[in-house]
Design a protein around this ligand. Structure first.
Ligand code: KIV
Ligand code: ZN
Length: 377
């Protein structure tokens, strides 16, 4: 039994992440990522959408065979028997059933009345439960749904036996204070079931909204590695995990030191580069150039780093440029066994800055080359 401080990490890289245009993973690639997610220690892997294609069906089956013994593997299903049966045929014992609840989706996409949607929720969740599945129900577009109807929908799912209720901010229109209030109401309406949140990043608020959901009582968060997903993506696994752990003092099962390698694997296989300034796993997440910062970090990294790069498997990168100071230069040179007195270091620094002022990117190699002129002089 998890403590109340333990937050479940539901990874949907292989389902919602892969749904993004331009990302098409082969079965083998999906299995490789699933193995890494299992090593990483997520609580649930959403392997795919088994009814959507033969490849998705096979991938779900294979992922289950590979990692299903040690981590919950689930698959997406629309609220109908056919999709749930496909999941069962793939071997799943956990299913993620969804149907939209907002009026805009009911009118233009589903062409159903609210009453009909409630029936579909009840019937599909009941059907999945009658086959012994763990069931998570999502009211798609929950955050643009009439609030009373949303509560009716989640209560219907709970009544039909749903084990968890997930609240998707499908087009990312929440902001933290508003989402907090909504999740509080959902938590109060779900009779102790695990409430989960699923936030999209259309306004750059997916991580912040996910944290607000947890603050309000959600005990599970849907995330993707590197935040890949539809449009501006989903809440990113690495950001949510580290913020929960370091800022809010929650417990997570993720082995954080594997975050960087996981990020690079997903980037390589999905073909989507990790942004240079990406929090936690970006190349510059632990980069320092300004003399004052580098000096601080050399004395004590906590001066300019809120966590250690080792904790997330990333690296500290000390750069040289026009903002550099003597401490950073000394450190970079000394790591290569080059020791110069302060006067010579100042001369090297002047040359480094002159070069940087021309717009050139200065590497450690450049600095060593300049420094070599001052050795033995
Ligand atoms: O964003 C969304 O609404 C989804 C659901 C299928 C959960 O991905
Ligand atoms: Zn989504």
């Amino acid at each position: 039994m998890f403590s109340t401080r333990r937050i479940r990490i539901f990874d949907t890289t292989l389902r919602d992440g892969e749904q993004a245009p331009g990302i098409d993973l082969t079965v083998e690639q999906k299995v490789r990522i699933a193995r890494q997610l299992q090593r990483l220690g997520v609580d649930v892997i959403e392997a795919g959408f088994p009814a959507s294609s033969e490849g998705e069906f096979i991938a779900t089956k294979k992922i289950l065979e590979e990692v299903g013994d040690s981590v919950e593997v689930t698959g997406l299903a629309r609220a109908n028997k056919n999709d749930i049966d496909k999941g069962i045929e793939a071997g799943l014992s956990s299913i993620h059933v969804f149907i939209a609840t907002s009026d805009i989706h009911l009118k233009y996409k589903l062409k159903l009345t609210r009453e009909q949607v409630l029936d579909r929720i009840y019937e599909s969740v009941r059907y999945a439960k009658s086959h012994g599945l763990v069931v998570e129900y999502s009211p798609e577009d929950a955050t643009r749904t009439d609030e009373d109807f949303l509560i009716q929908a989640v209560k219907t799912a709970v009544e039909a036996g749903a084990d968890r209720v997930n609240i998707p901010d499908t087009v990312g229109t929440m902001y933290p204070f508003k989402f907090y209030d909504l999740i509080k109401k959902v938590v109060n309406a779900t009779s102790g079931r695990i409430v989960s949140v699923h936030c999209h990043n259309d306004f750059g608020l997916a991580t912040a909204n996910s944290l607000a959901g947890v603050q309000a009582g959600a005990r599970q968060v849907h995330v993707t590695v590197n935040g890949i997903g539809e449009r501006a993506g989903n809440a990113s696994l690495e950001e949510v995990v580290m913020a929960l752990k370091k800022l809010m003092d929650y417990e997570v099962g993720v082995k954080t030191w594997l975050l960087y390698d996981t990020s690079r694997l997903v980037s390589e296989l999905s073909g989507v580069p990790v942004p240079y300034f990406k929090a936690i796993v970006g190349e510059n997440a632990f980069g320092h150039e300004a003399g004052i910062h580098v000096h601080g970090v050399i004395e004590n990294p906590l001066t300019y780093e809120p966590m250690s790069p080792e904790e997330v498997g990333n690296f500290r990168r000390l750069a040289l440029g026009k903002h550099s100071g003597i401490h950073g230069l000394r450190k970079i040179l000394e790591e290569d066994g080059i020791h110069l007195d302060d006067e010579k270091l100042k001369a090297v620094l002047q040359e480094v800055k002159r070069m940087a002022d021309t717009g050139k990117k200065i590497t450690a190699e450049d600095a060593k080359r300049i420094a070599s002129k001052y050795l033995n002089t």
